[in-house]
Design a protein around this ligand. Structure first.
Ligand code: GCV
Length: 705
């Protein structure tokens, strides 16, 4: 009742107040009034909510959203064309809908005569169905012939926050962490509930609150109280909290002399710690662990394996229903012959030795969230282990928050890749959702791009990547275009005069960034440490495989990393047909050419251009794509609210400038190595190489520290 009254009150206030400028805070949940046929359709079908659970969150969210869309309060009561309920509701039971197999998150939405019916097994399914219905209304879909049955393909759809306890966000480009640890558990920033609503609206049902480069303090009693406060806020939205576990915590906060996973005292410490967590947070999700990777402690410190470490934590969590997500982002302390091969070498021998409640969390590619990578070979190599996908939503290597790069096509590229193990059609998506190998538990992780910036993600268009991640975690079968259409309609307008040009900006945008930064399969060429801007000359320092020269291997004669059977043989980590394809220049996709091959600069490619000319061509193509985005966006002036129009215009101008910088700096560097003249029509870089090399950015955001 209280919620209903509040919804009505807010609506009255909202309608009488002057329209708020769009600042991006509302994300895709803007619910601005519909017009024309969309309004008529929603009026006819969704004008009042009938439910036996008026206090339920699904009804409240429907009322809230529909009130915005219809421009008046949409009541929750016992009468109305929109019937919402679970199988226990007599009105739903009477309809004899098949609700079996929906699980806790699934739902059906059906048009039955004049009514629209939303039904699920429980409150969480209803909530997801409510957001689906709102999405349909918001995007102007027809509402009179609905026959929808949805069940998520992945059980745990999780965000990973790389947020430190001092509110610094590693690889974060949207301000400070939204977790105000100092004022928790008492002060509940209203953002926490808005965060939960935004995530639930796209199906995200878990959040790892803290950085994988972990601090054991999060596991101390005062911090667990703070975590519990957040968990209480998120719970109604179906979201569980997870934490990263620093492997050395028994030593750092537990007073034990070491953290050897095979020592019963260490296992007992974790058992007690886990019990302490569950006493506060009964639905705690479990631990995410980065171990023996980039200096983090782990079981190998004691001569134990990743499985020993993961299983010890899994045993502590199992009695409470918790899981372990053990990251496979590892590479040896001794620089290996090819860093891309390292995770496979360490993990494949452990296949089949992880407990049932362990998932191995694998990045989409074998290096590190590069603008483009081939799919990670582990996805075709550990059938007896539950593998989960880790995507990066924050754009560490993709221009931070100022470059427009819509990442659904990149996520889809990995998900749709065919591992060919055991046979054709064994896509990465089928490995990751557990269906290929019959694993019951499945999960997906996205490294969040969320911060305390008013618009959450650092830019308007970066909200689309958060949105796309959630939608793909729910249903990896959705197309990039379908997701973009939803997002644009909800975030800007379903009007084709807005939707089509914005779609035309978004769909090619990831390829554009690849083209002007790391074309033809080049990778890891960014500035040292912060990864801002070009740094193909980066050399020296603590590890060879943290340098650019290690990855591009350019010489006077050629460029690229030979990972063929004649080189590092990384190709052999893939199943036969995939390995054969990547082993030959002719069958390697041009976008991955220099990932797998070292080629002479003058080698002729299938495009008819030499490697050198093709590189130049692609840099130019990427810049031209940004010009095209700028033109399309300028054409929208007057159709987009002033604040967001200006932000996007300004960021596109930055992107244009930085795309040129990437091209010019890279060309100057390659020329210093190969001494080749520029292909006809290509402008020389305006500055000498030394200029680009002298640029320094000590305060670039997000650097690891
Ligand atoms: C959280 C890359 C990033 C690091 C990150 C690491 C990881 O190396 O640059 O900031 O650390 O990946 O995924 O663990």
């Amino acid at each position: 009742m209280f919620r209903r009254l509040m919804a009505g009150l807010l609506l009255v206030i909202g309608l009488s107040a002057p329209a708020l400028a769009e600042d991006g805070y509302d994300l895709w949940l803007r619910f601005r009034p519909l017009t024309g046929t969309a309004l008529a359709g929603a009026e006819a079908r969704l004008s009042a909510i009938a439910t036996t659970a008026p206090e339920g969150l699904a009804a409240a969210e429907l009322s809230r959203g529909l009130s915005g869309l219809l421009g008046r309060a949409v009541p929750i009561g016992t009468e109305g064309p929109l019937l919402v309920g679970t199988g226990d509701d007599p009105a739903i039971r009477a309809l004899r809908l098949d609700l079996s197999d929906l699980g806790p998150d699934g739902y059906v939405i059906r048009t039955i005569g004049p009514r629209t019916v939303l039904a699920a097994q429980g409150g969480t399914g209803l909530l997801y169905g409510a957001y689906h219905l709102l999405r349909l209304a918001q995007t102007g879909a027809r509402l009179d012939t609905l026959n929808i049955r949805e069940v998520p393909r992945i059980e745990r759809r999780i965000l990973n926050h790389w947020d430190n306890l001092d509110r610094y966000v590693e690889r974060g480009y949207a301000g400070q962490s939204i977790w105000d640890w100092h004022r928790l558990p008492d002060w509940h920033d209203p953002r926490y509930e808005d965060y939960a609503r935004a995530n639930a609206s796209i199906g995200i049902n878990g959040t790892v609150l803290n950085n994988v480069n972990a601090n054991a303090t999060i596991l101390t009693a005062p911090y667990l109280d703070k975590v519990a406060a957040l968990a209480d806020i998120f719970r109604p939205y179906g979201i569980r909290v997870y934490l990263t576990a620093r492997f050395s915590a028994p030593k750092e906060i537990g007073g034990l002399p070491h953290a050897d996973p095979l020592d019963p005292a260490v296992a007992a410490w974790w058992g007690a710690k886990v019990a302490e967590i569950y006493a506060r947070i009964p639905d705690f999700g479990g631990f995410l662990v980065k171990a023996n990777s980039e200096g983090q402690p782990g079981p190998q410190d004691y001569g134990r394996t990743h499985a020993d470490g993961a299983n010890m934590l899994a045993d502590a969590l199992a009695p409470h229903g918790g899981i372990v997500m053990w990251r496979a982002f590892v590479y040896s302390d001794e620089v290996p012959d090819d860093r891309a091969k390292q995770a496979y070498a360490e993990f494949v021998p452990l296949d089949g030795s992880f407990r049932d409640n362990v998932l191995v969390q694998v990045k989409n590619g074998p290096i590190d969230f590069q603008p483009r990578e081939p799919f990670h070979p582990l996805f075709g190599a550990m059938p007896k282990t539950k593998l989960m996908m880790e995507f990066q939503i924050t754009k560490e290597y993709l221009g931070f928050a100022t470059h427009l790069a819509y990442l659904a096509p990149m996520y889809k590229e990995a998900l749709d890749a065919d591992t060919f193990r055991p046979a054709r059609g064994s896509t990465v998506a089928r490995v990751a959702d557990g269906s290929l190998d019959g694993h019951g538990l499945s999960a997906m992780a996205g490294v969040a791009n969320i911060g305390s910036d008013r618009n959450w993600s650092g830019s308007t268009f970066d909200q689309a990547n958060w949105y796309a991640y959630g939608r793909l975690a729910w249903n990896h079968g959705l197309s990039s275009e379908a997701i973009a259409r939803e997002w644009i309609a909800a975030s800007f307008s379903p009007d084709p005069a807005v939707l089509e040009p914005v779609l035309a900006m978004m769909l090619p945008s990831h390829q554009a960034v690849v083209d002007y930064m790391t074309p033809l399969g080049l990778h890891h060429l960014m500035g040292r440490g912060h990864h801002y801007g070009p740094g193909p000359w980066v050399d020296g320092g603590p590890r060879a495989d943290w340098t650019s020269v290690y990855f591009h291997r350019a010489t006077k004669d050629g460029i690229g990393f030979d990972r063929t059977r004649r080189g590092s043989d990384a190709v052999s980590q893939y199943a036969g047909p995939v390995a054969d394809r990547f082993d030959k220049v002719e069958t390697t996709p041009p976008d991955l050419l220099l990932w797998f091959h070292h080629l002479r600069w003058d080698r002729k490619l299938s495009t008819g251009r030499t490697v050198w000319a093709e590189l130049l061509h692609r840099y130019g193509r990427g810049i031209a794509a940004v010009d095209d985005m700028i033109t399309r966006w300028q054409g929208l002036e007057g159709r987009i609210d002033a604040a967001r129009f200006k932000e996007v215009s300004t960021f596109l101008a930055i992107q244009r400038q930085e795309a040129q910088w990437w091209r010019d700096a890279s060309v100057a560097y390659w020329q210093s190595i190969n001494g080749l003249p520029l292909p006809p029509g290509e402008a020389p870089p305006p500055y000498p190489l030394s200029h680009y090399q002298s640029l320094s950015f000590p305060f670039a955001p997000g650097d690891g520290r």
